[in-house]
Write a protein of this length. Structure first.
Length: 200
């Protein structure tokens, strides 16, 4: 009888120790949850920075560009005008075209047609200037806007309908033509073709 009671009391003591250990672990987990909450706050604050990154890609149009420089001005459909401010070779082997599209009409203009007609491009780059292309007449080659591995263009995307009198800065990156090529023809759907001099 005394052996059974001793064994039983040992079991009770062991159970009490387990309960105390579990209480300690739960308290520790509660501290971790608090850390997770602060991490969640950090990750939620990181989300806007990712969005900012996306907006920085779009606002890259116009960075270090002289708005008074006008390499070309072409008319689009319905009173829309495209002004090209810069055509520059980049060190990575890219050619960046930067400019501004302005709605000179008295009606809102849909920007969807500027992405072109290729479904794969339009679906990944809605309301963009992904339909732009360059033609190197000297080298007899056509260059399309660069895309990443997910099919997203290296260009301005998410352009809202252009309200009367408003403008939007745009940029487009292409593979750079050979260094011997100093001039290219630029095409954007619904706009006239422009001949552009390359700098750099």
């Amino acid at each position: 009888m005394s052996i059974r009671r001793t064994t039983k009391s040992r079991r009770v003591a062991a159970a009490a120790s387990m309960v105390a250990a579990l209480a300690f672990v739960v308290t520790g987990c509660g501290g971790d949850d608090g850390g997770k909450e602060s991490d969640a706050g950090t990750s939620s604050s990181a989300k806007p920075s990712e969005e900012d990154k996306g907006s920085q890609e779009d606002t890259a149009a116009g960075d270090n560009v002289d708005p008074n420089a006008k390499l070309a001005e072409v008319k689009g459909q319905g009173g829309v005008t495209l002004v090209i401010n810069q055509v520059r070779r980049d060190s990575g082997g890219f050619l960046t075209v930067q400019g501004e599209i302005k709605n000179d009409s008295d009606q809102s203009k849909n920007t969807g047609g500027w992405a072109g007609s290729e479904l794969a491009i339009v679906s990944k780059n809605p309301n963009s200037v992904a339909g732009a292309a360059l033609v190197d007449k000297q080298g007899k080659k056509r260059y399309y806007i660069l895309r990443d591995t997910d099919g997203r263009c290296l260009c301005t995307t998410g352009i809202l309908p252009l309200q009367p009198g408003k403008s939007v800065p745009v940029f487009m990156q292409f593979p750079a033509p050979p260094s011997t090529t100093s001039e290219v023809s630029f095409f954007l759907p619904s706009f006239a073709t422009a001949d552009l001099k390359i700098s750099g």
